[in-house]
Design a protein around this ligand. Structure first.
Ligand code: AMP
Ligand code: ZN
Length: 125
């Protein structure tokens, strides 16, 4: 392998090694999954900003939704299906899907993820 791509691979592996969401997927950080599909998992956000606040993430590490869309569009499609299935399960039907992309847009975890946000939970609370 040429030196530059070897260095890039090493850098990427280091990023993944320190990625909190990769640690959740590998079970290094124990987290209850509310859904799991072939390429995605979902769990409750640790700092909820709405009555319903779930995160849906790809099992593969991609830094943000733009990279995911470019490199693995079929996984992004699966992620959107997981997110809308969960919205159907946990909300009364009104919800937001949000992908913060880039630090200036509020992204703090650089592993692609969708926020599923709703103020109307299914049980009416
Ligand atoms: P963002 O700011 O869009 O990058 O979103 C990252 C989200 O991950 C934030 O809403 C955090 O509260 C959430 N978060 C960080 N660590 C954990 C964790 N261990 N379990 C669940 N949610 C987390
Ligand atoms: Zn990751």
């Amino acid at each position: 392998m040429e030196l530059v791509s070897l260095a890039k691979t090493r850098l990427m592996n280091m990023t993944e090694a320190s990625c909190i969401f990769c640690k959740i997927i590998s079970r290094e950080i124990p987290t209850e999954f509310v859904a799991e599909t072939t390429n995605t998992v979902a769990f409750w956000d640790i700092v909820p900003l709405a009555k319903v606040h779930l995160l849906v993430i790809p099992k593969q590490h991609h830094r943000d939704v733009a990279e995911l869309s470019e490199n693995a569009p079929q996984i992004l499609s699966e992620l959107l299906s997981t997110a809308t299935d969960l919205a159907k399960k946990y909300t009364a039907g009104s919800f937001k899907l949000q992908f913060n992309t880039g630090a200036e847009a509020g992204q703090t975890v650089f592993h692609a993820h969708a926020h599923v946000l709703s103020e109307t939970a299914k049980d009416g609370s």
